[in-house]
Design a protein around this ligand. Structure first.
Ligand SMILES: Cc1cc2nc3c(=O)[nH]c(=O)nc-3n(C[C@H](O)[C@H](O)[C@H](O)COP(=O)(O)O)c2cc1C
Length: 167
């Protein structure tokens, strides 16, 4: 079984996770924006995307390639500030087709948000968001940023890859 990693990343944390997965598995990795790939060449996919403004930034790419990827096994990793749970599931449900969600293996990873690296627009939007966020912890993170990057958190993905290889 040949697999590949496809990812989108605005500030680099999803790319960092993709790179750790590529190093651990030896699989090729592609930034979906580069268009230097042919999904038909692969038997399974690892797809990663951040949540930005309550949506998965890779959602349009997945819809575009749905016919190719929905017939094959998919590990999907989301990268967000929010932990795994109801809120995250709702954002994913609003971003992706039900046919994709029902078959993917989802692994929720926590990312990084460094205030000084954000664009002016994103910093302003997150500042406004923090004023309206009723969850005090999430509001603080929107305002001050966070860094939850953790290499070990890719382990469930590596275990799934081993299962795919053995199949
Ligand atoms: C503009 C912006 C909007 C974000 N919106 C959300 C959000 O709605 N929910 C959430 O859990 N995290 C949100 N985050 C946190 C990102 O998911 C997190 O920083 C992630 O690691 C970014 O991935 P990237 O570095 O690959 O772009 C947001 C971050 C930014 C910069």
């Amino acid at each position: 079984m040949r697999g590949a990693i496809f990812y989108q990343s605005k500030y680099g944390s999803t790319k960092q996770y993709a790179r750790w997965i590529a190093e651990a598995t030896g699989l090729p990795m592609f930034n979906v924006k580069d268009r230097n790939y042919d999904p038909d060449l692969y038997d399974y996919f690892i797809i990663g995307s951040p949540i930005l403004y309550f949506k998965l930034s890779i959602r349009k790419w997945i819809k575009k390639y749905l016919p190719q990827i929905n017939t094959k096994p998919v590990i999907f990793f989301s990268v967000s500030g929010a932990p795994a749970g109801e809120k995250l599931n709702e954002w994913i449900a609003n971003s992706l087709p039900e046919s994709f969600i029902s078959k993917m293996h989802h692994v929720a990873l926590k990312g990084r948000q460094i205030r000084s690296k954000l664009s002016w627009f994103d910093r302003m939007m997150l500042f406004i968001g923090s004023k309206f966020n009723k969850d005090p912890e999430a509001s603080k993170e929107e305002l001050e940023g966070f860094d939850y990057m953790d290499k070990k958190s890719i382990n469930p993905i590596l275990e799934l890859v081993e299962q795919f290889k053995a199949a």
